[in-house]
Design a protein around this ligand. Structure first.
Ligand SMILES: Nc1ncnc2c1ncn2[C@@H]1O[C@H](COP(=O)(O)OP(=O)(O)OP(=O)(O)O)[C@@H](O)[C@H]1O
Ligand SMILES: [Mg+2]
Length: 254
């Protein structure tokens, strides 16, 4: 599966990308997690320490991935991906390391070309943790144009839900065929609000991930979330994983 994790700034895309990647890896799948944040932190959430996260190589911009491109998928992963203690392989695709080096469009095009390839010789699932907002659905032909499914992350807020609404419109135009709506950081007293906002704006709400003190604490320390239940977070993540795998096994039904 090629999965794009998208949403408004701060809704939990990186947190959820790491948890979903770990959940898939724990089920024995080979998982590549692609960090497209220019200020990348996904490695930390997957168990790398700060120095190893800083040392991750950055994929060069504007290379075409594929058998007729600059690097094959295997070469790209050999040169630029790194194993993490979580069992997930991580790649930092858009890191900005130089001031005044220009825009990152070339890096987006590279990720687009990677997703356009058959990746199954190297990985079962590729999860792309997107930078905030929706521009990536328009720039460089749409970074996620070849994604199979989008995970649309939203907090219980009007702006987060509207961002998802706009994302769906662009995904539709790009021909992305499937998406899953995920509420994140949802406390018990905000469940009704989120459900109402989603109904009002015609946004699917398929999985609800609770607000969790443990998630905040792990993030503060820059460590991966422990395997304890964390207030129901893991149960919700497992149900998201089940949903995505069910879709993979029965695509005709979705
Ligand atoms: N389920 C949750 N419960 C409580 N806090 C959460 C939860 N998920 C994420 N957070 C917190 O929300 C904040 C933002 O999370 P994260 O960095 O994953 O968001 P993001 O969407 O990737 O942000 P950005 O747009 O900057 O990339 C962090 O402090 C994180 O700990
Ligand atoms: Mg992030």
């Amino acid at each position: 599966m090629k999965i794009g994790v998208v949403g408004k700034g701060g809704v939990g895309k990186t947190t959820l990308s790491a948890l979903l990647a770990r959940s898939l890896a724990d089920r024995g799948r080979r998982v590549l997690a692609v960090d497209t944040d220019s200020n990348p932190n996904l490695g930390l959430s997957l168990g790398l320490d700060p120095s190893a996260t800083e040392a991750l190589p950055t994929v060069p911009r504007s290379i075409v991935v594929g058998s007729r491109g600059d690097l094959t998928v295997g070469e790209l992963m050999a040169d630029y991906a790194a194993a993490t203690p979580s069992g997930v392989t991580v790649m930092s695709a858009l890191r900005v390391t130089e001031a005044a080096a220009g825009c990152t469009c070339g890096g987006h095009a590279t990720v687009r070309s990677l997703l356009g390839e058959a990746l199954d010789t190297e990985t079962d699932d590729t999860i792309v943790d997107m930078e905030a907002g929706i521009e990536h659905l328009s720039r460089s032909g749409g970074t996620l144009a070849h994604a199979d499914v989008l995970v649309l992350v939203m907090e219980p807020s009007l702006k987060a839900v509207i961002t998802v609404r706009r994302t769906i419109a662009l995904a539709h135009d790009l021909g992305i065929g499937a998406w899953v709506g995920v509420g994140n950081k949802v406390s018990d007293d905000q469940q009704d609000l989120l459900a109402r906002l989603c109904t009002d704006h015609d946004v699917p709400l398929d999985v609800v991930i609770p607000a969790s003190r443990e998630v905040v604490e792990a993030d503060r320390l820059g460590t991966p979330l422990g395997h304890g239940e964390a207030g129901g977070v893991w149960t919700a993540v497992e149900s998201l994983t089940d949903r995505l795998l069910d879709r993979l096994r029965a695509p005709a039904l979705q």
